[in-house]
Design a protein around this ligand. Structure first.
Ligand SMILES: Cc1cc2nc3c(=O)[nH]c(=O)nc-3n(C[C@H](O)[C@H](O)[C@H](O)COP(=O)(O)OP(=O)(O)OC[C@H]3O[C@@H](n4cnc5c(N)ncnc54)[C@H](O)[C@@H]3O)c2cc1C
Length: 363
């Protein structure tokens, strides 16, 4: 039995380790450098998981079900590759070294059969065997773990999606997620200001999702971890009209100032001058409802993940394609995305474990 793995991200490398441990023959093909996103994740610290798993952390219950089922195995797997971890007060799991490179070094401890700078463009099937780019093969099973186009510069936005066309798979529409919003605002003078507040995503004045945290104002929009989480909900809205971001600058206090001088020492100095042209009444409204229409989100280049991908209707519980069970799909290429906090890497790891388990059972 021989397996082809397409994509050297967390999903592909986790699977390669399992197959290596189980002495199953495989080759992993990586189009450029392995684990580029893992290395960039968590600002180089790699937030690889989270102990606070709840169903709403993922766009679809499937993500939650898979990760909650495999989380103990995931700790065992990290142990088996020598990765020590620690958990912060919010349940976020990091490598003990706080370096994403340690995660990659552990994934690469055993020599793996990897071909880097080897883009796969075609998968063909001849007499029940698979060939990649018509020259590599034969393989008995193919695992597609090519990730998403998040963080790619616009010209390179193809990802692996167009190579999937001949498989005729149902795709959920793609949209940048875990990304900042472009707002109808003029934040020229506020660029870079950070505010701890409650951020709400509103549609037709109804709150869809809110979170307390730090936001970062940009010249034409807004970012920050809680804003990225709002974008995860926004990405899933079929109709995105009449949406706004509203900030409550004092979520725990009922602030009502009597003169503009009171702003000094109350809000960021740049906000003091920003509010100078407003009336007292307008300022008092804005302190609790600093609200701006959403123009859109920043491009895929600035997104941490992509919402959408191969529809879950196309795979069974073992992540095999229903139309061809000898082809598996894992990681972010699937229509699964999570919120900030390690949920996306955790899904990539666990889907690699799931596919590994299925292949070991076949062996
Ligand atoms: C800046 C940034 C920070 C992030 N931080 C976090 C974080 O802290 N915590 C968290 O949980 N998530 C984080 N994420 C998201 C997380 O990194 C991804 O969800 C996760 O890496 C997806 O893993 P994957 O294995 O599915 O895909 P990827 O890691 O994207 O790997 C897919 C691989 O397939 C290769 N490939 C694509 N096409 C082909 C082809 N045709 N032939 C061969 N190879 C191909 C790609 O080059 C890539 O190496 C972050 C993402 C970004 C961009």
């Amino acid at each position: 039995m021989k397996v082809a793995i397409i994509g050297g991200g967390v999903c592909g490398l986790t699977l390669a380790n399992i197959l290596e441990q189980q002495k199953i023959s495989y080759e992993l093909f990586e189009k450029s450098r392995i684990a580029r996103k893992l290395l960039a994740s968590g600002n180089g610290k790699a937030n690889i998981g989270n102990q606070n798993l709840t169903i709403e952390k993922y766009n679809h219950p499937f993500g939650y079900q898979l990760v909650s089922k495999y989380q103990n195995q995931l700790f065992e797997f990290w142990k088996s590759i020598g990765l020590h971890t620690k958990v912060d007060e919010e349940g976020r799991i990091y490598p003990y070294s706080e370096s994403s490179l340690s995660v990659l070094d552990c994934l690469m401890k055993k020599p793996l059969h990897i071909l880097e700078n080897y883009p796969i463009e075609t998968i063909s099937k001849i007499n029940h065997k698979y060939y990649l780019n018509d020259v590599r093969g034969p393989f008995d099973y193919v695992v597609i773990a090519t990730g998403s186009i998040a963080s790619f510069i616009p010209k390179k936005q193809e990802g692996f999606y167009h190579h999937l066309e001949n498989l005729n798979l149902k795709m959920k529409p793609l949209f940048p997620s875990l990304v900042g919003f472009k707002l109808n605002c003029n934040f020229q003078r506020l660029d870079g200001v950070r505010i701890k507040c409650r951020a709400s995503l509103l549609q037709n004045d109804k709150c869809i999702y809110e979170e307390v945290g730090e936001v970062i104002l940009k010249r034409d929009g807004i970012s920050g971890i809680c804003i990225l989480n709002l974008s995860s909900k926004y990405a899933r809205l079929e109709n995105k009209s009449n949406c706004r971001i509203s900030l409550d600058l004092f979520p725990d206090l009922n602030i009502n100032i009597k003169s503009k001088e009171e702003l000094v020492g109350l809000v960021h100095p740049k906000l003091v001058s920003y509010f100078q042209e407003d009336s007292l009444e307008e300022i008092n409204i804005k302190l609790h409802h600093f609200s701006f229409p959403i123009v859109g989100v920043y491009d895929y280049e600035f997104a941490q993940v992509v919402s959408g991908g191969i529809s879950l209707e196309e795979v069974n519980q073992s992540l095999q394609l229903i139309q061809d069970p000898n082809i598996f799909v894992g990681g972010e290429l699937l229509d699964i995305d999570g919120m900030c906090g390690g949920y996306n890497l955790m899904f990539a790891f666990c889907s690699g474990l799931k596919i590994g388990e299925a292949l070991c059972n076949i062996k």
